[in-house]
Ligand binder design. Sequence first.
Ligand SMILES: N[C@@H](CCC(=O)N[C@@H](CS)C(=O)NCC(=O)O)C(=O)O
Length: 242
Amino acid sequence: MLKQITNIELVGVPFSTFTRTIRLGLEQKSIAYELTLALPHTDVANKYHPFERIPSLNFEYNGQKRTIIESAAIANFIDSICSENVLRPSRSSTNFNDISTNILIDELISIGSTYLFDTVEPPIVKTRLRLEKDRVEENEIVSSLSKPIEQLYDILTKLEQRSALQQNQNYLAGDRLTWADLFCYPALADLRAIPEGQCIRNQSARFPKLAAWMDRMESIEIVKQTMKDTLQDGWRPPALRL
Ligand SMILES: N[C@@H](CCC(=O)N[C@@H](CS)C(=O)NCC(=O)O)C(=O)O
């Protein structure tokens, strides 16, 4: 770990999927940090993030304060300050297997942050929680989610096919845990916490490879350590603004 870097502070909340991705990365690399609790669009979040999102990461370099926004940029920063417990092959490797793995990791980071997040979180997870909060009948909830569920199945099919799970490897980008897993897992963990997550739960799941990967992820210590106060842990957001 680069020793000029001090006072790492992550601004976000445990149930935010992007915040969880960064926490998973920091935990994996045993980087000490402080979590400053802030919901998006609040004064604390907005102080560091011009787009009013979470997470942001603050740190000091030789005593000078800096802030990074955007989870992929934060992940790259984490890699560059700590070479232990790697979450991707070295970017400077000229071995073509490493180059290919990095391509797949970058694809999956982008897929997880956009297509997957956009299909799982607002239209399914947030919608179900809001309807439940409004005490809408279960059959009405199910029917109002039917279109988003079709889209979800399409995205999950493509995710499974694009990932290394297709070649029966243990993790999304191969036989080791990488940032690809850390970016895709949190939204799917939220999905698993609601009835619509049946498709990635247990052996008879519609997506058995993703379901087995989720089980594998949930046996990892850093995943257990970051579960508290997430939907999976039974936690529900007060204002449903994830
Ligand atoms: N592109 C941002 C996305 C961050 C993001 O969307 N975070 C969510 C919480 S998980 C958020 O702040 N949502 C507030 C909103 O969408 O208004 C990143 O990669 O960090």
